[in-house]
Write a protein that binds this ligand. Sequence first.
Ligand code: FA5
Length: 338
Amino acid sequence: MNIDTTVESALAEIAAADTEATLRDLEVGLLGKKGTITELTRLIGAAPPAERGPIGKAINVAKATVTQALEARKVALVQGAIARELADTTFDVSVPGARPDLGSFHPLTLVQERLEDIFTAMGFMVLDYGEVETDFMNFEALNIPKHHPARDMQDTFWTKDGHVLRTHTSPGQIRAMKQFAPPFRAAFPGKVFRNEALDASHEHTFHQLEGLFVDRVVSVAGLISTMKIMLSQVFEREVTVRLRPGYFPFVEPGFELDMQCLLCGGAGCRVCKHSGWVETLGCGLVHPNVLRHAGLDPAEWQAWAFGMGLSRLVMMRYGIDDIRHVLGGDLRFLQQFA
Ligand code: FA5
């Protein structure tokens, strides 16, 4: 192994490299872990101690020379390629280029962000909780003990180890009340899962947005007016709602709030199942047992909560007539929102 001849042949190879790819391979062959220039360092160990210093220096110079030559050749090759392209008279700069596809926000994201802004303006924190829950959080703590018939209201996907894919965003109520000292207001959007028959308005995987308002005194009037304000802000117009008594074990009293179908204006279509109304959210005053499960004394604290079908809201907002489009992933559908 001789430093000078190794460098000489390296420089000759570099000068002969006529493509960037060849040059890249050559660089590895010379300066890579097992490269010829790198291997020169072995000379240091083999030399008598007195000669090691000068040999080390010479190897450093060799490395620098080869690195510079590689760099210079790279620049020359790139410039050569550009010059060739410019000299090519068959290249028509006036031909329109291929436009890259632009992405866009998913309609769910658009509506969710709008709701987050609305709730933040009303003093709510926006929280995020997990999609896999314990039986306790999804059911027990919400006043739905084992064998309670209300468990059948939400067909459940179970994991092999006994966890549930949350059937609603309501477990967030318990988590938030355990996490934050009252009084507070919180909203938590998220994906939920139910093992149910699918149609134009029912998915097995859909989105909800839950809201929780905890204070010393709360009222149904406050709950309903908040829902009305929120819906008319989302739709940027007056929205007609109706309230029905609704049964949810975790609230008392409980209500179902329906919105007049914006797709058909109440005349009836397949989304509202020809009733003119779309079931939009469940709500009510949080049951004392739920407050207790979350560690709050019902004699001291009260709360209202609601759980809204975000996917259905998206359908109303954008005139989507089948919920299966929402998470269907069809690009032709999604491109409409670009
Ligand atoms: C619940 O999930 C309760 N956790 C809501 C609640 C929260 C009540 C807090 C009281 C207090 P429900 O099963 O009705 O309730 O679902 C709430 C909303 O989710 C419905 O109004 C509807 O808009 C939507 N929803 C329900 N099932 C589906 C489905 N399969 N596909 C799409 N949206 C659905």
